[in-house]
Design a protein around this ligand. Sequence first.
Ligand code: AMP
Ligand code: ZN
Length: 113
Amino acid sequence: MSDCLFCKIINGDIPSNKAYEDEKCYAFHDINPQAPVHVLVIPKIHLSSVNDICEENANVVAHIFSVIPKIAKELNLENGYRVVTNIGEDGRQSVKHLHFHILGGKNLTEFMA
Ligand code: AMP
Ligand code: ZN
């Protein structure tokens, strides 16, 4: 998607602070961190949100979740962390390319909403 911010980050058209990369996904530090550690993990294929996940592409999401523990370990989050994904307007999704927030580096608040 040529007008997608995160596709541009994957292509290197917009700079980012890389945390991890492989053939299927890319992870980078959030520009406006909400916790001491705030990393976004995104698929290299453009999916708009969780609502775009289907049988044919679910392997990419499974792969991302297999990689998240490795990224968390790399980021010294052995005491725990949170994985969040926002969907649509009510979910306050601001970038329409599927992404999983990894939040940690402190004892997070209990609030989910
Ligand atoms: P969401 O609100 O779930 O769509 O999350 C989008 C996230 O992308 C927010 O936490 C933003 O701070 C982050 N973000 C937006 N632009 C950039 C960028 N250029 N580099 C890194 N993170 C970004
Ligand atoms: Zn995209």
